[in-house]
Design a protein around this ligand. Structure first.
Ligand code: GLC
Length: 444
């Protein structure tokens, strides 16, 4: 009797596990928690497309023949690439991790791979493994390395049948591809990425949506054999998180929910129509100008005010900001990008405690700005000039109120009837985000 009972319980447990699919390990849960404290990362889109200075979609947009495009590699020589300088800049910017395009849709690998010569070490006169150099430089600066990795490919012949992109780049169509070989190619590369470069914080997939028109999203999971791909990642490095920029709610095996050009829940970009915000760690990715890959004209920069506002608004939703820069073909970060990153770092140096390690604030977004919180502290990010902030009463005594930038005491009143009223001191309008810190007697 007891045995039958145990057998029933065991089978029920099995059912639950398979229905839920993925059960994250302890290491993974710990890594998720750490990620959720980091709040600011740098995205890097860099590849042979950077030479054409027209964004990372240039091959597809201009229908450049895939064999002709590949010859770009023969001239790729980023003579000024210096991983230590990049790492120093990202550290100064206050970034906690860097997500690097190991291989974008053009199929060119920016790391040494045994799968083909179409990579930076074997296929360019430069011959250096920039990923190895970057991994070492970031590790020295205590910055984590994540990899962007494209599912979509405009180069390989086994990427067949094609999805909705890449029809104009001259690959012979109508032949039988060998989809299984493409899947194996990706697994070999992921194994290389997760074996040769030390601890990797996350794999950030993109391009899964390419086959969206032919299959439902549920079928796509099997077409790409995501279960095996995710399991491989978690097996090779249990603390490596998985994000997939597929623009729908997360699937089993994923640890981060990414939002492309959107603060979670807003859907202003239109990519995430109907997507619910999950309970996974969240990440918003956005460009510092208008484009991901280097673009020499027509890519206006965001202002420091816009960038810090975005950082504060993302943090106020409990999400990280992954801010993109597109290095030049010579390996340098454009001056304007570098200057903006330094300005962000300067602001974070003073106001960092209102961003790092915080969670979404209990005061909802208002006319004047947003809030974040951590333990006993509530941070009011004043993004729009105002002399008074009124927030609902919180039944927890405020013991002090100061301006975070210089400790100036801030006048306030806290009454059940009128709520909490804060007199915002006059501040320099050039300050992108003036933070008022309220300290409460008990944790919020
Ligand atoms: C889009 C683009 C891709 C870019 C990515 C970053 O999916 O296709 O080029 O890398 O967004 O979020």
């Amino acid at each position: 009797m007891k045995r039958t009972f145990l057998a029933i319980i065991a089978s029920l447990l099995c059912l639950t596990v398979s229905a839920q699919g993925y059960v994250p390990t302890e290491e993974c849960l710990k890594a998720r928690q750490e990620f959720n404290q980091e709040r600011f990362g740098i995205f890097i889109h860099w590849g042979i497309y950077s030479m054409l200075a027209d964004g990372e979609w240039v091959q597809n947009r201009k229908n450049i023949d895939y064999e002709e495009y590949a010859l770009l590699a023969n001239a790729f020589y980023p003579a000024k690439f210096n991983a230590d300088e990049w790492a120093a800049l990202f550290r100064e910017a206050g970034a906690k991790y860097v997500t690097f395009t190991s291989r974008h849709h053009d199929g060119f690998s920016m790391f040494k791979t045994a799968t083909s010569d179409f990579n930076i070490v074997d296929g360019t006169p430069f011959g250096r493994d920039v990923v190895k150099e970057l991994a070492d430089a970031l590790a020295k600066n205590d910055i984590k390395l994540h990899f962007y990795y494209s599912h979509l490919d405009w180069h390989r012949l086994d990427y067949w049948p094609l999805g909705r992109e890449g029809h104009g780049v001259g690959r012979p169509e109508g032949k039988d591809g060998d989809w299984q070989s493409y899947l194996e190619f990706m697994r070999t590369q992921l194994t290389e990425l997760l074996t040769n470069y030390g601890p990797i914080g996350a794999i950030w997939f993109d391009g899964y949506w390419d086959k969206k028109n032919d299959y439902s999203y549920k079928e796509l999971y099997d077409v790409w054999d995501m279960e095996a791909e995710y399991a491989l990642i978690h097996k090779l490095q249990p603390s490596c998180l998985v994000a997939n920029n597929h623009h729908v709610a997360p699937y089993p095996g994923e640890d981060i929910q990414p939002f492309e050009r959107d603060v979670p829940g807003e859907n202003t970009s239109g990519y995430l129509t109907g997507t619910k915000v999950s309970s996974l760690p969240l990440e918003t990715c956005q460009t510092i100008n208008k484009d991901w890959g280097y673009k020499i004209v027509g890519s206006p920069y965001k202002t420091i005010k816009e960038l810090i506002t975005l950082l504060a608004r993302t943090a106020s939703k409990g999400a990280n900001l992954l801010l993109n820069v597109g290095p030049r073909p010579d390996g340098t970060i454009p001056d304007k990008s570098a200057a903006l990153l330094r300005e962000m770092g300067a602001w974070l140096k003073v106001n960092g405690e209102s961003i790092y390690g915080t969670v979404a604030g209990c005061v909802p977004e208002s006319e004047w700005g947003v809030s974040t919180q951590n333990g006993n502290s509530l941070y009011l990010h004043v993004l729009k000039g105002t002399d008074k902030i009124e927030i609902p009463y919180i039944d927890n005594k405020i013991v002090s109120a100061v301006a975070l930038q210089d400790g100036t005491p801030v006048k306030f009143s806290q009454k059940k009837k009128t709520g909490i009223v804060i007199d915002v001191p006059a501040f320099d309008e050039s300050c992108p985000d003036y933070v008022v810190k309220l300290s409460f007697r008990k944790a919020l």
